[in-house]
Design a protein around this ligand. Structure first.
Ligand code: FAD
Ligand code: NAD
Length: 462
């Protein structure tokens, strides 16, 4: 007989596991089907968490060699123990996956280990090591996430020519790493290996890095990262990458083939919809291969919903989480909402790059009248004290109402500073509201306040 639940979620990433926790809080009998042994999805296993652990460790290594001396801290004999660094990263991942196991137990979420498939209205099969199980539920949420996108001509071999997962565990520091794509993954993982000693060449199809982000900030980011040693070749179309002997060769239009010892292909991610039984259940895909949903996360099949990377919108863990909560609240209570105008995005390079809301290009294109106020970290006391003065905060506000429409930050702790701006936008704040909010001194957050003052041409410390 089929095991019966109120709600079954297929996928235990940030979208799926958070949805399961919220459903349990709301009193639903909820189950989560996850194909991998550990919960947490791409984010915890091979994404957000391990990449940030590597960024942190590589920043320490870099600081020991290049910046501690300026603080009067002399370190000699600095050496890299890559195996220890990787072991620490794995242990950070384990702590996080174990944390989700604990939360599932505490909230009485039933966990099924195996591959989930839709098997008709209210039915899911789970194919695991012990055979196939049948489950039933009134509601089903698809939260199967995304997989690395491939590029024609690039022969991914799961080793020297790989995606982000391989780049989280290279067994030695590559002498020369070629990164295809100057997006978020390319810059974060490119930074990791560059700091650890690799020569890193980033090949990008567009004539800029970080497409989609505010162009002024992206240009500044390119300058700062190039100064750190990342080599950028922009406007470059990669046509092939293959193994040759012990190394690899990358070919691109208009340039000599590049020889290197590893290739990181980071040209985006694709929704994970393979072998899910979508046709059996009557779940349609949109033109870009994502599960099609309406504004309430409903798919084309009754009582089947979808959230996270597998649907439209930015592929971000916090977006998936918020959709998981909203979707479950819609199922259990009839209401639930995600404000897509206030989803922050952070690139964890040094310095960090963070944004929320509209870029200048988007406002211009939409014909929205706006005022911009910028303030540099170089004029902030705390930034000088910590020795991180690169970058700026830029606030965009409506020219007539002063409502904040977008905030773009490149600088120290940008990923944390953006939170204040997201909250301000959630509350419909004006730049004047931020400018009149008391900010502790000396903090980096004062740069946000000064940028808000600058919108009205009255920054105090410049
Ligand atoms: P996923 O996390 O992909 O989870 C889907 C889960 O479903 C997986 O565990 C998968 O095994 C399981 N699954 C799939 N099909 C089935 C099936 N048929 N049956 C059972 N289980 C199935 N985002 C950020 O916000 N911040 C970051 O710093 C960040 N860093 C990243 C770094 C890297 C290297 C990568 C690759 C991604 C990063 N992301 C980051 C993106 C983030 O990981 C994703 O947006 C997020 O994981 C999406 O969550 P999800 O729940 O939709 O899907
Ligand atoms: P991305 O979309 O951020 O960047 C891909 C880049 O590859 C783009 O700049 C694109 O122009 C370029 N490109 C595409 N085809 C190319 C070609 N043929 N030759 C050269 N360049 C080419 O994708 P990503 O960096 O792979 O990241 C995937 C997803 O993971 C993103 O949606 C991102 O949101 C998420 N992610 C987020 C974080 C974070 O929030 N800090 C970190 C890592 C990943």
């Amino acid at each position: 007989m089929a095991s019966s639940h109120d709600l079954i979620i297929i996928g235990g990433g940030p979208g799926g596991y958070v949805a399961a926790l919220r459903a349990a809080q709301l009193g639903l009998n909820v189950a989560c089907v996850e194909a991998e042994k550990t919960l947490g999805g791409t984010c915890v296993r091979v994404g957000c968490i391990p990449s940030k652990a590597l960024l942190e460790s590589s920043a320490h290594y870099h600081a020991a060699q290049h910046t501690l001396a300026a603080h009067g801290v002399k370190v000699s004999g600095v050496a890299l123990e890559l195996a220890t660094l990787l072991k620490r990263k794995d242990s950070v991942v384990r702590q996080n996956t174990a944390g989700i196991d604990y939360l599932f137990k505490k909230n009485k979420v039933t966990r099924y280990l195996g591959r989930g498939r839709l098997a008709g209205a209210g039915k899911v099969t789970v194919e695991g090591a012990e055979g196939t199980r049948e489950l039933s539920a009134e509601h089903i949420i698809i939260a199967t996430g995304s997989v690395v996108a491939s590029l024609r001509g690039v022969e991914l071999d799961g080793d020297r020519i790989g995606g982000s997962t391989e780049a989280l565990s290279y067994p030695e520091v590559p002498q020369h790493l070629v990164v295809i794509g100057a997006g978020v993954i390319g810059l974060e993982l490119g930074s990791v290996w560059q700091r650890l000693g690799a020569k890193v060449t980033v090949l990008e199809y567009q004539d800029r890095i970080l497409p989609g982000m505010d162009a002024e900030l992206a240009a500044e980011a390119k300058k700062v990262l190039a100064k750190q040693g990342l080599e950028f070749r922009l406007g470059v179309k990669v046509t092939a990458a293959r193994r040759e002997g012990d190394g690899c060769v990358v070919q691109y239009e208009g340039g000599e083939p590049l020889r290197c010892d590893r290739v990181l292909c980071a040209v985006g991610r694709a929704p994970n919809t393979q072998d899910l039984g979508l046709e059996v259940a009557g779940v349609k895909l949109d033109a870009r291969g994502r599960v099609e949903v309406d504004e309430h996360f409903r798919t084309s099949a009754p009582k089947i919903y979808a959230i996270g990377d597998v649907i439209r919108g930015p592929m971000l863990a916090h977006k998936a989480e918020d959709e998981g909560v909203a979707c479950v609240e819609l199922i259990a209570k009839g209401w639930g909402h995600v404000n897509y105008d206030a989803i922050p995005s952070v690139v964890y390079t040094h310095p960090e790059i963070a944004c929320v809301g509209k870029s200048e290009e988007e406002l211009k294109q939409a014909g929205v009248p706006y005022k911009a106020g910028s303030f540099p970290f170089s004029a902030n006391g705390r930034a000088r004290a910590i020795g991180s003065t690169e970058g700026k905060v830029k606030i965009l506000a409506h020219a007539e109402t002063d409502r904040v429409l977008g905030v773009h930050i490149i600088g120290p702790a940008a990923g944390d500073l953006i939170a204040e701006c997201v909250a301000a936008m959630e509350f419909g704040a004006s730049s004047e509201d931020i400018a009149r909010t008391c900010h502790a001194h000396p903090t980096l957050a004062e740069v946000v306040k000064e940028a808000a003052l600058a919108v009205d041409g009255r920054a105090l410390h410049l």
